[in-house]
Design a protein around this ligand. Structure first.
Ligand code: UDP
Ligand code: MG
Length: 350
C-alpha cells in the first residue's frame, strides 16, 4: 500500500477534558475531511483521569480513512507545554496546527490560517492573537502585560502578548522547535526565539465546550517563572544593581555617622537604625539568594536531562501503517537529532 503524505497534522493537548473533547473532536474530524488528501489528528492525553482515552478510542472505529486519528497517552500529567512537545515530535504533516482540545480555538480561524499559508508560501507560521478577552479580570490583564514587558530582554525577537499556542506552522518551524533540547519549555517564547516569517491573526476565543480552565493564578505564576528564567537574565542583573545601591547607601550612611560623631560626639544612640539596617540587608540578601536559587534550580532540571514526557500508549486508527509512517518520519529527519532527543520516551512505547 502506498502511503500518502500527510497534509495537515492537528495537535490537541488534553487534560481531563473528556466532555469538551466529546463535542470538539467530531468537529475536528469533520473539518479534516473537508481538506484534500491525508490528515493526522493527534490527541495528546496529558495524564487525564477521566474518560478521555475511551472517547478517542471510540471515535477511532468510525474515523474516515483519510484521517489518521492518533492517541498518545502520556504516563502522567506533564503539563500543556510538554504535551505540545509530544505532539510536535509525532507530527508528520506538511502543515502542523495546535489547538486547545476544549474547543476554544475556532476551526474557521484554522481554515483562514491554512488559506494564508497556502496562498503566501513565504509565510512560515500563522499565530492566533486572542483579540479580546472579556472573561479575563483586570488584575490578570495587568499582570500579563507586566510579564510580557519584563520578559522582552532583547530587540532581536519579540514575544507577542496574547499570541498563544493556537498556531499553524510549516515543517521548517517544526524542525526548528524540535531542535531545541531544553527541558524548561516556555513555548510562547520558543516560537518567537526560532524566528522565521510569522504573521499574526487576531481571533476571538470561543467559550469552552465543557469543563473549566486548568490554569489558575498559581500555575500561571509557575509558567511565568519558567518564562522569565528561560528568556531573561534581568533578575540576575537587577540583583547586582540592587547590591550596588544598598552598598552605596551603606557607605553614605557610614560617612554620615562618622561626621555626626566628629561634630556632635557619640551618645550610643541609633540602635533602632542598626536593627532595621541589619534586617533590611538580610531581607535583600535572602531575596537575591532566592532569585539565584530559581536559576540554579532550573539549571538542575536541565542537567538531569530527563525526558520531557513519557508515553504510556500510542495508538492510531491507521495502526497497520503506523510503523511505515514513523520510518518515513525518521528518514526525512535523518539530520534531526532533536526528534530523537525528544523521543527518548518512545522506548517506553509498548
Ligand atoms: N491542558 C493539558 N495539560 C495540562 C493543562 C491543560 O494538556 O496540564 C490542555 C487542556 O486540556 C486544554 C488546553 O491545554 O485543551 C488549554 O487548557 P485550558 O483550557 O485549561 O487553558 P485556558 O484555555 O484557560 O488558557
Ligand atoms: Mg481553554
Amino acid at each position: 500500500m502506498s502511503i500518502q503524505p500527510i497534509y495537515l497534522s492537528i495537535i490537541l493537548p488534553t487534560y481531563n477534558d473528556a466532555d469538551a473533547l466529546t463535542h470538539f473532536l467530531p468537529q475536528v474530524l469533520d473539518f479534516a475531511t473537508t481538506l484534500q488528501g491525508q490528515q493526522q489528528v493527534l490527541v495528546i492525553d496529558d495524564g487525564s483521569r477521566d474518560t478521555t482515552t475511551d472517547v478517542v478510542k471510540q471515535m477511532m472505529s468510525s474515523c474516515p480513512a483519510s484521517i489518521q486519528l492518533q492517541l498518545i497517552s502520556l504516563s502522567r500529567n506533564f503539563g500543556k507545554e510538554s504535551a505540545l512537545s509530544a505532539g510536535l515530535a509525532h507530527a508528520n504533516g506538511q502543515y502542523i496546527a495546535m489547538l486547545d482540545a476544549d474547543g476554544q480555538h475556532p476551526l474557521s480561524v484554522l481554515q483562514q490560517m491554512l488559506t494564508m499559508m497556502e496562498q503566501q508560501p513565504q509565510i512560515d507560521m500563522v499565530a492566533g492573537i486572542q483579540a479580546n478577552r472579556p472573561h479575563e479580570s483586570k488584575l490578570a490583564k495587568t499582570l500579563k502585560s507586566g510579564f510580557y514587558h519584563f520578559i522582552q530582554d532583547t530587540r532581536r525577537y519579540e514575544i507577542r502578548p496574547n499570541a498563544g499556542d493556537f498556531r499553524l506552522m510549516n515543517q521548517k518551524v517544526l524542525q526548528a522547535l524540535l531542535s531545541l533540547p531544553e527541558r524548561q519549555r516556555f513555548m510562547k517564547g520558543l516560537y518567537a526565539w526560532v524566528g522565521f516569517h510569522t504573521v499574526y491573526l487576531p481571533f476571538t476565543a470561543e467559550m469552552r465546550e465543557a469543563g473549566e480552565s486548568k490554569f489558575n493564578y498559581a500555575s500561571l505564576f509557575e509558567l511565568a517563572l519558567v518564562g522569565i528564567t528561560s528568556f531573561s537574565q534581568k533578575p540576575l542583573r537587577l540583583i547586582s544593581r540592587m547590591g550596588f545601591v544598598v552598598s552605596l547607601l551603606a557607605i553614605l550612611y557610614g560617612m554620615y555617622i562618622v561626621l555626626e560623631t566628629l561634630l556632635f560626639g557619640n551618645d550610643v544612640a541609633g540602635w533602632a537604625t542598626v536593627a532595621a539596617g541589619i534586617m533590611f540587608s538580610a531581607g535583600i540578601q535572602l531575596i537575591c539568594i532566592g532569585v539565584i536559587g530559581e536559576y540554579i534550580g532550573r539549571l538542575y532540571e536541565e542537567v538531569k536531562q530527563r525526558p520531557l514526557y513519557l508515553i504510556a500508549e500510542n495508538i492510531s486508527s491507521h495502526q497497520a501503517s503506523e510503523h511505515k509512517q514513523n520510518d518515513i518520519a525518521s528518514e526525512t529527519n535523518s539530520t534531526d537529532t532533536p526528534r530523537k532527543i525528544m523521543d527518548a520516551s518512545k522506548a517506553t512505547t509498548p
